[in-house]
Design a protein around this ligand. Structure first.
Ligand SMILES: [Zn+2]
Length: 49
């Protein structure tokens, strides 16, 4: 009666981030350390859908 739970979903969820300063969008598990366009730090990035 036990369904197989051997399937492990890959936890590498790709999130989308947007720089609140210049609007640049990046994808990845976390925002870039610095914005490649305007150079602000990662805390200026917000998670978007
Ligand atoms: Zn930026």
């Amino acid at each position: 009666m036990d369904p197989k739970h051997t399937k492990e979903k890959t936890m590498t969820s790709t999130l989308k981030w947007q720089c609140t300063v210049c609007g640049l969008k990046e994808q990845g598990p976390k925002p870039p350390a610095t914005c490649p366009k305007c150079g602000v730090k990662a805390d200026r990035f917000i998670k978007i859908k």
